[in-house]
Design a protein around this ligand. Structure first.
Ligand SMILES: C[S@@+](CC[C@H](N)C(=O)[O-])C[C@H]1O[C@@H](n2cnc3c(N)ncnc32)[C@H](O)[C@@H]1O
Length: 277
């Protein structure tokens, strides 16, 4: 929960202009009921003694921002990156099942954590693979992890998590097996063979995907919430194109594709399969 803001006020009109700009640039939709959040997060840069004296000035600079640094800052500030290790465990059980059954017969295995935030989801997928005996040494297996926010990707790539942030998320056995602990700073660092299974890259889901890879399973969890129906449909169509047949798409447990047109076979409220068309 973010505190009630006390700094400069963001007018409804400017909120609309900023969110329209964000939408045009990234496809991310921010509804009016999130205005307090935008105001609160941008107040870090707006006000007396700060980079911009007013929200108007910030918006003007944003439109003139040729290098894209301010746009990146806006994206980093306004995306919600909440995540944790083994969030919604049923999906990792599904991945383990996939590897045990279909995985054994695949020449290569490609998994994708799309909207990976700070990496916990991708490393949980990697730990699941290693637990099933799938490592870079034993198989042609790789995990792509992508996000639009470079800020979270820096954390993800480092693979370093403070104990207070991951306490309670992982079994002690996993912590001992897959992390090294630095008692001086109380950090856990992800180690081999988990780390090298994952490759991180910046990727905006609203842009054309820069690959035609055939993925076995794609985790797209708690990301579609950012998009309106038509964008959801565009993203799902692109996801379809880069999945194997059969291939699996996994959404967050609280998401739903009701009212969204898509070509997948629905296996449960969050697991979808690409069958031949
Ligand atoms: C709530 S987190 C979900 C993290 C993880 N998938 C999970 O379920 O725990 C949503 C992530 O989607 C990313 N995101 C939002 N819009 C995006 C876009 N257009 N392209 C790629 N990633 C995006 C955000 O930066 C954020 O890290």
């Amino acid at each position: 929960m973010e505190p009630i803001s006390q700094g400069p006020v963001l007018s409804d009109g400017l909120f609309q202009q900023i969110t329209d700009f964000l939408f045009q640039e990234t496809g991310i939709t921010i509804n009016q009921n999130k205005k307090y959040l935008v105001e609160y997060r941008l107040q870090k840069y707006v006000g007396p003694g700060k980079e911009f004296s007013s929200f108007n000035e910030l918006f003007k600079a944003l439109k003139e921002d040729r290098g894209g640094a301010l746009k990146t800052l806006l994206i980093n500030s306004l995306t919600t990156n909440y995540t944790f290790f083994f969030r919604e465990p049923v999906h990792f059980r599904f991945l383990a099942y996939y590897l045990k059954t279909y995985g054994k017969t695949q020449n290569y295995i490609r998994l994708w954590s799309a909207g990976c935030s700070s990496g916990e989801e991708a490393y949980s997928m990697a730990i699941t693979c290693v637990e099933q005996g799938f490592t870079s040494q034993t198989r042609d297996i790789r995990i792509l992890a992508s996000d639009i926010s470079q800020k979270v990707l820096r954390v993800a790539e480092s693979g370093v998590y403070h104990y207070s942030a991951i306490r309670g998320e992982l079994d002690d056995a996993y912590l001992r097996r897959y992390f090294s602990f630095n008692p001086r700073v109380k950090d856990f660092t992800i180690k081999e063979p988990v780390k090298s299974l994952v490759t991180f890259r910046t990727l905006n889901l609203m842009e054309p995907f820069p690959f035609t890879k055939q993925f076995d399973v794609i985790f797209l969890r708690n990301v579609l919430i950012y998009f309106n129906t038509s964008e959801k449909e565009q993203i799902l169509a692109k996801i379809w194109d880069v999945l194997k047949t059969p291939g699996y798409l996994i959404l967050g447990l609280s998401e739903s594709l009701v009212g969204v047109k898509h070509p997948f076979t629905t296996l449960s409220n969050s697991i979808y399969r690409k069958d031949g068309r």
